[in-house]
Design a protein. Sequence first.
Length: 196
Amino acid sequence: MSERYEWKQLEQDIAEVLAHAGSNRAIVDGVRPHLQRLLAQEELIPAEYRSPLPHKYAQYLLYKPEDESFSVIAFIWGPKQTAPVHDHLVWGLVGLYEGAVVEKRFRREVLGESAEPRYRLREVGEVTARKGDISFVYPPDYDIHGVSNPFDDVAITVHIYGTDIGKQPRHIHDVETGGLRDVVTRHDNEAPVYAG
């Protein structure tokens, strides 16, 4: 059993990273060990937040500080549930807490002012992530991905983003046309599971 990682300690640890990191890459590298500690918490996600919704994955806000400099979210993926290809427009890390998911990475390429379509999405990688694995996102070149649970068991991912992602305007991308549309993916709970 791992030692409990208190939320206020996480807040201090991430504030320290943000105060000294000079780039998005430095932030994700600095926050990674703190997400690893969270993933080791056996009772991180209460039982009432461990089931997917019937029509889509569930998105539960676990914690955020008052200044919303980051947020911790649990995504609960039912078998065969998928998130559309999307961006974040902020740094973030994704850790596998339980089960497995498939992540596909994309890069948006400009084809030219007169081209039709003007953009295309090029798939640049695919990985199956399992318990304990951590990946990251940040703009502009490492920000677009799609996530799915093609397996028969529920999967749980824990994310840390550089804002309250449930309020963050971002985009869903069309892989076929290269187009995008605005979206805000709100949390499925009204208040954080853990108070600040």
